[in-house]
Design a protein around this ligand. Sequence first.
Ligand code: FE2
Length: 349
Amino acid sequence: MNPISSNPQIQSAHETHSPYIHPLPPEQRLINRRQVWAANRFWMEIDNMKTKRYGNKGRHHWYELLFMMKSFKWMLRFLGLYKWGVRNAKNIILKEIPLYFPNLPKAFEAFTILHLSDLHLDGMKGLENRILHSLQDRTVDLCVLTGDYRTKLHGFHKQIINSLKYLIDNIDSRQGFVGILGNHDGCHMVNPLEQIGIHMLINEACRIHRDNERILIIGTDDVHYYYTDQALHALEHDNEEFSLALVHSPELYDMASKMGVDLYLCGHTHGGQVCLPGGKAVIKHLNRGRKYYRGHWHYRGMQGITHSGVGTSGIPVRFNTQGEILIYRLHRQPVLNRKNCNNSSRQNI
Ligand SMILES: [Fe+2]
């Protein structure tokens, strides 16, 4: 099943206006672009390569970090704190957040978006049932998934896809599911994710229609490990259109704002996962935008939300932070505190 053609509510946004260019049929263009992307991503994955903005390349240090986390796990066990941390991680909270935009199309008043991020479904048994229990058969207008469906960086993904299929089959989203990849997700997961009904955006965009109006959704590949300039190009759009960007991490916050994105949704940091008392993160896993490691933030007229993650990675514990499921309700209204909007600010949610 191809969700681009099967879901009339979601429309691909790849269009050309040149009279000299006779494009291939949309699905064929998408396949070609995806093949080029997948070939590049595949080599970065097997080399454990991390590519940052401005051309910096190097190996990522996930495996060293994993070793440190395993040592930390044994220390927690020794101190008798491990079970407490696991209990904290399983205590996932549902939060409803109203968001206000002066330029939201009228038809999208009270539009609801369920945001799930960093599920890491292989990291916590039964997580999908916990999520469904929290949602209690609630209906939303759209569900967005901002990556990291698994914990492992390589290898099989069948179990993850099965768990995710069960999850989305039981979520009532009127206009479907839109997703992107995180730094823990492999390029070979895109097709299986689309087959279970998630409209994947890999440096691409789609439009959501309601009555006669529409909003644009842009989704990039992960930019923490696998940055390419195609992620920046994907953010370019007609500024007249209300736009929402899905990026796995907050690391493109400045460019997205420059390109006129209205709402930037991301995750990746898990809110720090293991924080000091008071919620101060010890490790943020961010090269840029470290200030925006969690919560609701503003940057030069753009609003952003960094999801604290539903699941956990490394070891299944949390301290002084909480897993969350977020539902946004969009409203068309002038933003009350203009000072916050024009400068840069962040608040916990
Ligand atoms: Fe991540």
